[in-house]
Design a protein around this ligand. Structure first.
Ligand code: SF4
Length: 377
């Protein structure tokens, strides 16, 4: 079981962002953390753990003033059992990383840092509304290393306005040269409701077209491989031994508890697979916890067929694919047998491989995952 803590504060909304993040609420951080700790208290009996990973995501977790992240970890350890060798990650944005906060993270047992660089090109960063620049990223990375962090991820994006292949490849080279042992390389998804979406639909901003993005991506993924990063999920690359255990649990469709505004959870409760989502409004979230109530917006009991499909959908994101033994242990049937006709179709088109251990997409299949999944549905 894994623990996720959502810290939703940001200085300013990036132009492409549709995450649950809120600018201008710096004055509410302490009260929000108090609400998260009450939520942990209310969940302690049904979710004792042990938690094998903890992940502070956002928002911008590193925006919290020194002391608050350490407080959450202390309280989390008193409410839940957290494995002694747990992977504990915090997302940081370059402009808000300080030596004092990094020392606090280390003291709190945080052992993995994920830095949102997105691009090493200041013009591209400005075009997507990031508030940091390359110099701040370099400084944040050095500070993290000096603080003793040896497990560092860098987030990089492609398909961004004004970004060509060289700019994207330079970002990868920079992260690798500094010593990142994990790189997440996401393609921009243009979400409605964002500033970038409005600019693109109004013709004020032009994005690289699909073919350009595919070419840029191929070049980037090839470079990552040459630099010794193994692609282990559609968008994630790691040096040996540095795969993100927290995210692997999502792709293995494992149990997780999410604390915080708009956080999602999925747990086996009394033999049933249950998903629930917290309220998306920070005011409602805090009001519920202030009144001693869990801030749940919706709860859904997932049926067996759906749970099976989700294991396939998430598992096929990994280059290792879906473990046949693991699926059989969970559902009592081999996935190759359960999805015989979809598997045959994917094998015929060269999109899938089946081994004794796993059912996995080929490199080509990973590019067409959504289409392939329709057959499994
Ligand atoms: S820093 Fe991250 S969460 Fe905050 S606005 Fe930018 S993309 Fe969204």
């Amino acid at each position: 079981m894994e623990l996720y803590v959502h810290l939703p504060f940001c200085v300013r909304k990036c132009r492409y962002c549709d995450f649950a993040s809120f600018p201008g609420l710096e004055g509410s951080m302490e009260a929000y953390v108090g609400a998260v700790l009450r939520e942990a208290e209310l969940r302690r009996d049904e979710c004792a753990g042990p938690f094998r990973t903890v992940y502070f995501g956002g928002g911008t977790p590193s925006l919290l003033p020194a002391g608050l992240v350490g407080r959450i970890m202390t309280e989390a350890r008193s409410c839940f059992s957290i494995s002694p060798d747990a992977e504990i990650t915090i997302e940081c944005n370059p402009e808000s990383v300080t030596e004092i906060k990094l020392a606090e993270y280390r003291n709190a047992g945080i052992n993995r840092i994920s830095i949102g660089m997105q691009s090493s090109d200041d013009r591209v960063l400005a075009a997507i509304g990031r508030i940091h620049n390359k110099e701040q990223f370099l400084s944040a990375f050095e500070k993290a290393k000096n603080a003793g962090f040896t497990n560092i991820n860098v987030d990089i994006m492609h398909g961004l306005p004004g970004q060509d292949a060289d700019s994207y490849l330079d970002s990868i080279r920079l992260a690798s040269g500094l010593g990142a042992n994990h790189i997440s390389s996401y393609a921009l998804i243009l979400e409605s409701g964002t500033q970038l979406y409005d600019d693109v639909t109004a013709g004020r901003v032009v994005l690289p077209d699909e073919d350009e993005v595919a070419d840029i991506e191929d070049a980037g993924f090839e470079l990552l491989s040459r630099l010794g990063y193994e692609r282990y999920e559609i968008s994630n690359f790691a040096k040996p031994g540095f795969r993100c255990r927290h995210n692997l649990n999502y792709w293995n469709n494992g149990d997780y508890l999410g604390l915080g505004v708009n956080a999602h959870s999925a747990l086996h409760i009394n033999g049933k697979w249950v998903r629930f989502a917290n309220k998306a409004s920070i005011g409602d979230f805090m009001a519920d916890l202030g009144g001693g109530r869990l801030p749940v917006a919706e709860t859904e009991e997932v049926g067996r067929e759906e749970e099976m499909f989700e294991c396939i959908m998430m598992g096929l994101r990994k280059t290792d694919g879906v473990s046949r033994a693991g699926f059989k242990e969970r559902f009592g049937i081999d996935p190759v047998e359960q999805y015989a006709s979809a598997v045959s179709a994917a094998l015929l088109t060269g999109n899938m491989e089946v081994t004794d251990e796993a059912m996995l997409l080929t490199k080509r299949g990973l590019d067409f995952q959504n289409e392939i999944l329709l057959d499994f549905m």
